[in-house]
Design a binder for this molecule. Structure first.
Ligand code: PLP
Length: 454
């Protein structure tokens, strides 16, 4: 029998529930705090920004949440997504390791982001909201929300980080094709944007600034709400469809992962893949090493401080207990735009503190080397973000080659690079550099973390 390389589920095997890992943790993550009172934020504080259903999901301690039928109908456009065994990459590396990747690039916008954009748009529409605002870094999240809003008849307004707005005109066209309005951030249409422009007219922007703009635009408008593409508990929970499918696909493969790696920006694709495996691990049914991989230029888990900080630059959000580089941190304009966030999801930060996952940082040249190697063997050009996971995966596979260990490695391939090809051009022409994040720069931005809140 020919060895299988692709593990495919039927449409009726799409998970019908999201998994809430909080139900199985030894203690819940610390709550978000109101920056004025320093008390935990309540539903009323969040109501101007999010619909009730999502506020409920943010704080629920139920282990499973049913996925609405309307959301499953949209998921069926591309789910279940395939799990592949990377046999050609294994052969090229000469490793005894078995490498698997769960591919989310099959979604309408080419990444995992629609897994949460669709339910977020659905719940807003169901509660009568007419317009959603958001930020986008690489353009993946903005595209996903624009698609989801088109599906449920909502208006969509996106603030795209300036650097990405200039580098990725096709993402803007994609968002506009789905009917969204796109502003470069910082923009002159919000007070937060104008404040940044006044000081830095040439600002290349950051996710923190773009979040301030999108929040500011939604909060006073009763017809509008804000949507976040990562970081929050409900976002990570929506992404667990990835891991639930991957578990079933590992059964088809008659294998069990020993190592799971994924890239982390705000933690959602990684959380989505690993939480169901973490559940199995905590229940003693498997024991994979679970590893988050972040950019050396924006290393919130490996070099950030675990403290309460703002989720945005202007300080409009609640205080979140997370691994942070400081809310004023402007990462170097590395090519993995989706990983340029100053913080890490509070839930993932908490899980890291509990010692349930480990973390490493990699420079972008190593990442793109792994991305090119992957493209030339497996035929998929990975988005710049998951090349971080692939770099870690290649490292692990080469370690196995030295030790002779036959490990099964699972990696999250959370998107393709069809609209990120200029990043590959920079790598292929030798124009890509690794900028070290200096201790001095890091200390300066950590000084902006609010003192004395714990
Ligand atoms: C947004 C994005 C990321 C980073 O966000 P996470 O919440 O950490 O997943 C990573 N990869 C891709 C392809 C993205 O679009």
């Amino acid at each position: 029998m020919a060895a299988r390389t692709k593990f495919v589920l039927d449409e009726d095997q799409i998970p019908t529930q999201w998994y809430n890992v909080i139900a199985d943790l030894p203690e819940p993550p610390p709550p978000p705090l109101h920056p004025g009172t320093l008390q935990p934020v309540g539903p009323d504080d969040l109501a101007p920004l999010f619909p009730q259903a999502l506020i409920g999901q943010e704080v629920t301690t139920e282990r499973y949440v049913d996925i609405p039928g309307e959301v499953l109908d949209v998921y069926r456009l591309w789910r279940p997504s395939p799990l592949y065994r990377a046999r050609r990459l294994e052969r090229a590396l000469g490793t005894p390791a078995r490498i698997y990747y769960k591919y989310e690039g099959v979604s309408p916008v080419g990444s995992h982001k629609p897994n949460t954009a669709v339910p977020q748009a659905y719940y807003n529409a169901a509660e009568g909201v007419g317009r959603l605002t958001t930020e986008t870094g690489a353009g993946q999240w903005g595209s996903a929300l624009a698609f989801a809003c088109a599906t449920f008849g909502l208006e969509c307004e996106v603030w795209q980080v300036r650097a990405s707005y200039d580098q990725k005109p096709y993402r803007k066209i994609m968002m506009e094709t789905f009917g969204a309005t796109v502003h470069p951030s910082p923009s002159d249409v919000t007070a937060s944007g104008r404040a940044v422009l006044a000081e830095h007219p040439d600002s290349t922007g950051s996710l923190g600034i773009a979040i301030s703009e999108a929040v500011e635009a939604a909060a006073p408008d009763p017809n509008a709400r804000y949507a976040l593409g990562s970081v929050l508990n409900h976002v990570l929970m929506h992404q667990t469809v990835i891991g639930e499918e991957a578990l079933k696909q590992f059964e088809l493969a008659e294998d069990v992962p020993d190592v799971i790696v994924g890239c982390t920006g705000g933690g959602s694709n990684f959380g989505g893949l690993v939480f169901p495996f973490l559940r199995e691990k905590m229940a003693g049914r498997m024991s994979p090493v679970i590893r988050a991989v972040e950019p050396a230029a924006c290393p919130s888990l490996t070099r950030g401080r675990y403290a309460y900080d703002f989720g945005d630059t202007a300080g409009l959000t609640p205080l979140l207990k997370m691994h942070t580089l400081g809310h004023d941190f402007i990462p170097d304009p590395i090519h993995a735009g989706g990983l340029r966030y100053h913080g890490m999801s509070p839930l993932m930060s908490h899980i890291y503190e509990l010692g349930l996952v480990d973390a490493m940082a990699v420079g972008q040249q190593d990442c793109f080397a792994a991305g090119v190697r992957f493209a030339r063997t497996e035929g998929i050009i990975p988005a710049p973000e998951p090349t971080h996971a692939l770099a870690a995966c290649v490292q692990e596979a080469l370690r196995c080659k030295e030790t002779g260990e036959e490990k099964a490695i699972l990696t999250a391939l959370c998107g393709h690079a069809h609209l990120d090809l200029p990043a590959y051009a920079a790598y292929l022409t030798g124009d890509m550099v690794d900028n070290e994040l200096s201790d001095t720069t890091l200390e300066a931005s950590l000084a902006g973390v609010p003192a004395g809140v714990s």
